[in-house]
Design a protein around this ligand. Structure first.
Ligand code: G6Q
Length: 542
């Protein structure tokens, strides 16, 4: 029997009735009534500790949220993903990033073929190559060893590699420099190569399709730059370019030896690909052993997600809490606030993972969704954000659920720095939840007229996620945690979290407009008056 629209199901209606009541409850009141709450509403699994007690939920809320997950068939949907069913229905593809980190002994079939041996064959090929670059055995065209590795890719072929490199820099080989070129803006490429030489530089052209305009344009400029620096000898390309792609034909056409191509498969979505060959830059930076540790971290969270009862399941709980605020509290965003400098690109990475996945307005059956879907994810590392946008989180008119991420130990012990950093995590979550009343402000001797400005309403929800120390393994767990939280939300909203048709229209229009910008003769244009006049203005002044 087909499922009713989400908002017509009994589990949803029950949650809605309950949500109306919950709006009157404060975190202050809930903590006062239940002193054990801060210890009870926590989960620890796979080395990650989640304190979700400072959310506007009760045991009843959680029970009702779990009921919504059950009625939406979350269990079955998780199994369908892990089994290799083609759950990306609009592209008729399996969604198997979990196979990228499956141990060798596992069997996961797509169209009857076990894909795990292929995954491991690519990982071994990557390891062989990474070792050669790291040891200096891989020589450039003039016989010099490689000193600079430049990943050229965009979207899923860029954000994961940059984030992982920054996150795991502590573990990276420091006599190699890593750069990332993504934007079609020539400045990105020009700045990446301005102080380096072609004879010591290796380009990794990362593109699943090998057709992406930005990446191919940058790759061609890189090819020209390399040949110009190496006397124009075409045979240099083989030593200075490798490709990461699913498209061997176009890789060969570009002039890259397919022996130097690292493959992956159509069942790996771009934004779910940092642990595939797309992670080659990560593997060169941190070495195969650390890369494997990262994969083991991903895998342990996969197993947790698949096998743990929902009430103790980290990604399920985080997904449900996001859905709670999005659909019942009108929250439009989620702030992700890592208190770890190495995670500075983590929010940017999560923006793509979450928003490209769940920024959808139709359900799997093509009807308009009946509820709000994916919130805007954003954030900056702490404590920097505290001195800029936290004002709005504390005293603005919008509800912004926050994820604080902190570590017991720092990789760079330095005096009191780490205690100070972590004091801020705990203080921010406490301040958001409990605020400061007018009475408290007055009691401090604040003049009456100033009191309202200094009141903190509190009742602002947050999660605190703690781990021991940022290792490759922990990074894998954190990324998988958010991947599966996104899955949980998308499964309940009944949307396709794995396609991205919303990026198409702009691409098509841009290629049409490019011809109009470049044409020598005045182009005949079929645009609206605004677009046409912008194009005319640009043509005149360029
Ligand atoms: C991610 C998207 C998108 C993609 C880029 C790059 O899920 O599909 O961000 O990763 O458009 O695509 P290519 O790897 O094919 O160049």
């Amino acid at each position: 029997m087909p499922l009713l629209p989400l908002n017509e199901r009994s589990s949803w209606k029950a949650l809605q009735t309950h949500a109306e009541k919950m709006k009157a409850h404060t975190l202050h009141g809930m903590f006062a009534a239940d002193p054990g709450r801060g210890e009870r509403l926590t989960v620890e699994a796979e080395g990650l500790f989640l304190d979700y007690s400072k959310n506007r939920v009760t045991d009843e809320t959680l029970k009702l949220l779990l009921g919504v997950a059950e009625e939406a068939g979350l269990h079955g949907k998780i199994e369908a993903m892990f089994r290799g069913d083609k759950i990306n229905i609009t592209e008729n593809r399996a969604v198997l990033h979990v196979a990228l980190r499956a141990p060798k002994t596992e069997k996961i079939a797509v169209d009857g073929e076990n894909v795990v041996p292929d995954v491991h064959a690519v990982l071994e090929k990557m390891a062989g190559f990474a070792d050669k670059v790291r040891s200096g055995a891989w020589k450039g065209h003039t016989g010099k060893r490689i000193r600079n590795v430049i990943n050229i890719g965009i979207g899923g072929s860029d954000l994961g590699p940059v984030m992982a490199y920054e996150a795991l820099k502590h573990y990276s080989q420091r006599d190699l420099s890593f750069r990332f070129v993504s934007n079609v803006d020539g400045t990105d490429f020009a700045e990446a190569v301005r102080d380096i030489n072609a004879d010591e530089t290796l380009f990794l052209v990362a593109s699943k399709t090998f057709t992406t305009q930005e990446t191919m344009t940058n790759a061609l400029s890189a090819r020209e730059w390399t040949l110009a620096g190496l006397g124009g000898d075409e045979s240099a390309v083989a030593k200075h370019f490798v490709a990461i792609s699913t498209n061997a034909k176009l890789v060969a056409q570009f002039g890259i030896d397919t022996a130097n191509m690292f493959g992956f498969w159509d069942w790996v979505g771009g934004r779910y690909s940092m642990d595939s060959a797309i992670g080659l830059s990560t593997m060169i930076a941190i070495g195969p052993e650390n890369f494997n540790a990262m994969l083991a971290g991903f895998h342990s969270m996969d197993v947790h997600f698949r096998t743990t009862p929902f009430e103790k399941n980290l990604p399920v709980l985080m997904g449900l809490l996001t859905l709670w605020y999005t659909d019942f509290f009108d929250a439009q965003t989620v702030a992700v606030l890592p208190y770890e400098q190495y995670l500075k690109r983590f929010p940017a990475y999560l923006q793509q993972l979450t928003m490209e996945s769940n920024g959808k307005h139709v359900t799997l059956d093509g009807t308009h969704v009946a509820t709000e879907t994916g919130p805007v994810y954003w954030g900056e590392p702490g404590t920097n954000g505290q001195h800029s946008f936290y004002q709005l989180i504390h005293q603005g008119t919008r509800l912004i659920p926050c994820d604080f991420i902190g570590f017991a130990k720092t990789l760079n012990p330095l005096g009191r720095h780490h205690d100070m950093l972590m004091a801020n995590v705990f203080a921010q979550a406490e301040a958001l939840a409990f605020g400061k009343t007018a009475e408290q402000v007055k009691a401090e001797g604040t003049p009456d007229w100033l009191v309202p400005h200094r009141v903190f309403e509190g009742n602002r929800p947050s999660n605190v996620i703690l781990a021991e120390v940022l290792t490759p393994e922990v990074l894998g767990k954190l990324v998988a945690l958010y991947e599966h939280s996104v899955f949980t939300q998308g499964a309940i909203w009944n949307i396709d979290s794995f396609d991205q048709w919303g990026v198409e229209l702009g691409k098509v229009l841009a290629s049409k407009i490019l011809g109009e910008l470049e044409s020598a003769a005045e182009p005949e244009m079929m645009h609206d008056s605004s677009t046409a006049s912008l194009i005319r203005r640009y043509r005149k002044s360029k």
